[in-house]
Every structure is written in C-alpha cells, then in structure tokens.
Design a protein around this ligand. Structure first.
Ligand code: ZN
Length: 134
C-alpha cells in the first residue's frame, strides 16, 4: 500500500483561465488537457511536472465540493493524491487502521483513474487521495 509517488496535487482556483496563464507564463509549464468531471462539479486543467501532475480545479457549481471549499477557505491547495497499486486495497488498509474514509470503494476520477479519498479529520488536516490506473 506504500505509495509510489505523488500522482497529483489538487489546487482549487476561482478562475481557471487566469490560473492556467500563471502556470504557463510564470512557471513555464504546459496545460496539456482541460476536462470537466461532472460528478464532482469541476473543470480540471492538467500540468505534468516530472512524475507529478498539478490539477487546477474550478467549480462548475457553487454547491459543489470545490465551490464550497473556495467559499470557505479561498483558493489554494485542496488535496494531495498518492499513486498506489490498488485504491481499494489502500482504502481498506487505511480503514483497518482507524482512518475515516470519504470513499469506501473506489470511484472514477479525472483521466479515468480509480480514486478514493481519506477524510481530512483523520489525516492531520490534509485531504488525501489514492489513485491508480486500474
Ligand atoms: Zn485529485
């Protein structure tokens, strides 16, 4: 269950276009895709940095999870995603150790990856995601 790398860092933004501009012109990264994930009410922009991606998340609905996050805390780092071999096994192992889960079983996230979240109340304040390709 040990993660192989940080798969991505999710960053909540209030203006996707302006944020993309920052990552491209100041950091010199290239946005390689923008995808809407209807289930999570977000539009996501992707940047590759080594093995890790930056995912900029803009809400498509003020009542969505990112909409609520930005309203409460303002834009900023939202979650960290670790690549694991099996999301379902990683979730199970965490639950067995007393960690509160947001997802009991994996669901499909951006780029078709399997994902599952741990609850930040059990992870020292960091919304933590596991993801895997299969
Ligand atoms: Zn994520």
């Amino acid at each position: 269950m040990k993660p192989t790398h940080v798969e991505h860092i999710g960053i909540a933004v209030d203006n996707l276009e302006e944020s993309i501009k920052y990552y491209e012109t100041i950091l010199g990264l290239k946005c390689y895709a923008v995808e809407e994930v209807a289930e999570q009410k977000v539009k996501v922009a992707f940047f590759q940095v080594g093995d890790t991606k930056i995912e900029l998340l803009e809400t498509t609905d003020p009542e969505g999870p990112i909409g609520k996050f930005v309203e409460k805390k303002g834009p900023g780092v939202h979650h960290i995603a670790f690549a694991v071999e099996s999301v379902s096994e990683a979730l199970k192992a965490a639950e067995e150790k007393g960690i509160a889960l947001i997802d009991k079983t994996p669901r499909i996230g951006a780029e078709g990856l399997k994902i599952g979240f741990l609850h930040p109340k059990s992870t020292h304040g960091v919304l933590t995601e596991f993801c895997s390709k299969s």
